[in-house]
Design a protein around this ligand. Structure first.
Ligand code: TXA
Ligand code: MG
Length: 313
């Protein structure tokens, strides 16, 4: 299969309307989309990514009216979160309607819904005219793509089209909140923080993987975000000995003879750069990547979550 590159949201949407699969930018990471109601196209997403079939997809919408194509009556909490955070880097999990194929939700009776804020994503989704289910546009287990070139690197020849946009503004995947329970639960940390969510839903809680071993979000149990290089978490003043095969990313410069290093201007920049840094480290043949630990405030919590998962892999 030849993968077409385009900057036109209409051209990209035409592939979706014909049952194709298309990578597109959002403000978080690039997604790999298919018509949310086309089981055949959805099947192709799982095949292209080599994604385990028990990991559900997020349905992306271009307008608030489309929520009702995916979900029935919304709980007051779900309504408030949608009102306050759509469009943006938040996914709400709600009960699905019959029409959403079980293939998309990995057999669950719930569906994750998100309305991206990125302009090109909105133009693309509007041109599609229907909800688009999309996981991140990487091979399963690899770091999520934050550039269209990273999508090409993983999926060239496996998907129909890539909508070429800018590098993504946030660089980490959306915050996922389960709204099907009486007190909503954060399943995955992201750019919308616990503090911001608490301002709208005060009793919201965070899934605690330490005390609760059953993954609430099926995807969280899978291997994630891993470069081929070994990821190690360090504080900047205790970086162990380095060689030319070692890379370093952080906020402060670290002593050492690193083959590749990136000092970020702040936590937002660190979050935006980390997945591409992982990929570039692999391209350069680095054996180890040292990541500076940051304070878990704001997006720092999501950043540390991703770095820990990469380090566990
Ligand atoms: O920012 C994002 O969310 C990006 C962009 C493309 O929108 N998408 C993304 O999709 O990260 P993916 O498939 O890589 O991650 C989706 C996460 C997984 O952990 C999955 O298990 C969870 O959301 N999820 C999706 N639907 C769910 C549901 N019905 N119940 C619980 N968890 C769900
Ligand atoms: Mg993913």
């Amino acid at each position: 299969m030849k993968t077409i590159l385009t900057q036109s949201p209409e051209t990209a949407a035409e592939f979706i309307r014909r049952g194709g699969i298309v990578a597109f930018p959002t403000e978080t990471v690039y997604g790999l989309g298919a018509d949310a109601f086309d089981a055949g196209a959805i099947e192709r997403i799982f095949a292209a990514k080599d994604r385990p079939p028990d990991n559900p997809l997020i349905a992306h919408i271009g307008s608030l009216q489309q929520v009702h194509l995916l979900a029935g009556e919304l709980s007051p909490n779900a309504k408030s979160l949608i009102e306050d955070f759509f469009p943006g880097p938040l996914t709400v999990v709600v009960r699905k309607v019959e029409a959403v194929p079980h293939l998309a939700t990995a057999g669950l009776e719930t569906v994750g819904i998100r309305m991206p804020a990125n302009t090109l994503a909105r133009e693309f989704l509007t041109a599609c005219g229907r909800p688009v289910v999309a996981p991140s546009a990487n091979l399963s287990g690899r770091p999520s793509p934050t550039t269209w070139r990273a999508v090409l690197e993983d999926l060239d020849g496996r998907i129909d089209c890539i909508l070429q946009g800018d590098n993504t503004a946030i660089g980490l995947e959306s915050t996922v909140v389960d709204c099907t329970r009486s007190t909503p639960l954060i399943l995955r940390k992201g750019a919308v923080t616990l503090e911001q969510l608490r301002a709208v839903v005060p009793d919201i809680s965070e899934f605690d993987g330490e005390t609760d071993k059953t993954p609430r979000s099926p995807g969280m149990k899978h291997k994630h975000y891993s470069p081929r290089a070994k990821v190690l978490i360090v504080s900047p003043d205790e970086v162990p000995g380095s060689t030319k095969d070692d890379a370093f990313i952080g906020l402060h410069d670290a002593e050492g003879d690193f083959g590749y290093r990136l000092i970020c201007a702040g936590v937002d920049a660190y979050a935006r750069e980390v997945f591409e840094f992982f990929r570039e480290s692999d391209r350069r043949g680095m054996r180890r990547i040292f990541c500076e630990a940051v304070s878990e405030a704001g997006i720092g919590a999501a950043l540390m979550d991703r770095i820990r998962r990469a380090a566990e892999a």
